[in-house]
Design a protein around this ligand. Structure first.
Ligand code: SAH
Ligand code: SF4
Length: 422
């Protein structure tokens, strides 16, 4: 595992000038019209930023010198600073990006043969608090802007040498499976996805961009109007009673509503061969029994799905345990026997805490959830220590003071909690 400090991209001070980085072609066209320029400038600027990696207007040489000067006065292209990058032994690269408001978010590049998948964050933290998720435990600060979401693709592309013509390692796929619930940040996520798929920008096919949701049904019902990207739903349980415990938003939008909405989405995408990916995180002794697999098979029988089993990735403040390999295999076999394409997601990048559900970043938690967890956990730790007379606090990873220094704590981010906004 290696870690690199990169400070090349600076966060410029917020100004009233619009940031062109997070604008889709349509929005850029409107911008150019609003400053008395021609619409076709939008495609030119989009190509410069997202295909050539040029963010300095002065270097956009097919634009007149006069217009370049004007752009520098009325607009900007700014990105979050890359606080740090880590490379894992299996080729994954994790990025920690400093965003305005004192927080930091993470994204992960996962190479696999010709494919290079970037796992992108959509929010600073997450308000939904699924019981097995490190991001959820961090609480929530704010939505990422469209610029901050697409910046994750830009920064990964730059880091991989993609703008300099590197063909072997590039971002070919994007999954919105990092920190946050994408459908709770609808407009910014949709704009960023459209930039990912625009031929004048990254040109990633709609079959290679996947939005994952825990089930914000009203937003999912609107998604078709704005995109036809792939859809993954985080199910994790075959019935409402169990799902209510794992994914609290299920109490508001139960499984039947979620599945009906997901089916409507997929029925409305123009090519009719597509399937919904059902994500199912297997947690030891919680949702991994053969009867759960059989119930899941019945539940999904009328829906075009492929099932992706994810072994639970542990983090320090969760008591859940990773599923046993033979239990996972048995679960998979039951589903395969009933005709479902069922894959197991390999754990990647866990030596740099970059595996599914381990992305934590640093959340300046507005909800004070992280603080409450920390208190609860440290009380439990103290009780345990008193009971058993063994030292427990230092191994619990809950020492806030040691977590305020960025440079030292991120070798295990996702396993420690962010500092609170205090
Ligand atoms: N909020 C969205 C997208 C981010 S979570 C959603 O919930 O779908 C992306 C995926 O990682 C989800 O399927 C989620 O359930 C899974 N995940 C979260 N925590 C995990 C953990 N500790 N181990 C394994 N997978 C986890
Ligand atoms: Fe949020 Fe998804 Fe984590 Fe649930 S699993 S807390 S929705 S990021």
């Amino acid at each position: 595992m290696t870690s690199i400090d990169t400070t090349a991209v600076e966060l410029s001070p917020a100004t009233a000038r619009p940031n062109l980085l997070g604008m889709s072609q349509g929005q850029l066209e409107e911008f150019f019209v609003s400053i008395g320029e021609k619409r076709f400038r939008a495609a030119q600027v989009l190509k410069w930023i997202h295909q050539a990696g040029v963010i300095d207007f002065a270097q956009m040489t097919n634009i007149s010198k006069e217009l370049r000067g004007k752009l520098a006065e009325v607009a900007q292209v700014t990105l979050p600073a890359v606080q740090r990058e880590w490379d894992s032994a299996d080729g994954c690269r994790k990025f920690l990006l400093r965003v305005e408001g004192g927080s930091a978010v993470e994204s992960v590049f996962i190479p696999d043969g010709d494919r290079g998948t970037l796992c992108v964050s959509s929010q600073v933290g997450c308000s939904l608090d699924c019981s097995f998720c490190a991001t959820g435990k961090q609480g929530f600060q704010r939505d990422l802007t469209a610029a901050e979401i697409i910046a994750q693709v830009w920064l990964a592309a730059r880091s991989l040498g993609q703008f300099d013509g590197e063909r072997k390692r590039r971002v070919t796929n994007v999954v919105l499976m990092g920190m946050g619930e994408p459908l709770l940040n609808f407009d910014n996520v949709v704009t960023a996805m459209n930039i990912m798929m625009d031929d004048n920008a990254y040109g990633i096919s709609k079959r290679r961009v996947t939005l994952s949701t825990s089930g914000v049904v009203p937003a999912l019902d609107r998604l078709n109007e704005f995109t036809d990207a792939c859809l993954a739903i985080s199910l994790h349980a075959p019935n409402d009673e169990l799902r209510n415990k794992l994914v609290p938003i299920n109490k508001k939008y139960p499984i039947a509503q979620l599945l009906a909405s997901a089916k409507r989405y997929i029925d409305n995408v123009p090519d009719n061969h597509r399937k919904i990916t059902v994500e199912y995180t297997l947690i030891d002794g919680v949702n991994d029994r053969p009867e759960h697999a059989r119930e899941l098979a019945v539940l999904l029988k009328d829906i075009p799905v492929k099932i992706n089993l994810i072994p639970f990735n542990p983090f320090s403040l969760s008591d859940y345990k990773r599923v046993k390999p033979h239990v996972m295999k048995e679960f998979q076999d039951i589903l395969i026997k009933r005709g479902y394409t069922t894959t197991i997601r390999t754990t990647r990048g866990d030596d740099i805490a970059a595996a599914c559900g381990q992305l934590a970043g640093e959340v300046n938690d507005r909800t004070r959830r992280s603080q409450r967890y920390l208190q609860k956990h440290s009380q439990a730790g103290q009780k345990q220590s008193a009971d058993s007379d063994v030292e427990s606090a230092s191994s619990s990873g809950t020492d806030l003071s040691s977590n305020t220094d960025l440079s030292s704590n991120h070798s295990n981010s996702g396993q420690v909690f962010a500092r609170s906004s205090g």
